[in-house]
Write a protein that binds this ligand. Structure first.
Ligand SMILES: [Zn+2]
Length: 74
């Protein structure tokens, strides 16, 4: 007979995309989307949340980065 052999393909981890996460302001619900950036705040599209300047604030309510949390997507 012979062993059919199971092929296990490990899930591909794209660590480069991990940082391109959306973050939500816990105070007002504003979503920072790295793909969009914050044009009004001088943030170019493609800027990861982690790469935002420390003095960046929520464009809606003025909350600091510490008031944002990662938005988990199913
Ligand atoms: Zn806010």
């Amino acid at each position: 007979m012979g062993n059919p052999g199971e092929i296990n393909i490990p899930p591909i981890k794209r660590e480069e995309e991990v940082s391109m996460k959306r973050f939500r302001c816990i105070l007002c619900g504003y979503i920072y989307d790295p793909e969009v950036g914050d044009p009004d705040g001088g943030i170019e599209p493609g800027t990861a949340f982690e790469d935002l300047p420390e003095d960046w604030i929520c464009p809606l309510c003025g909350a600091g980065k510490e008031d944002f949390e990662p938005e988990e997507e199913e």
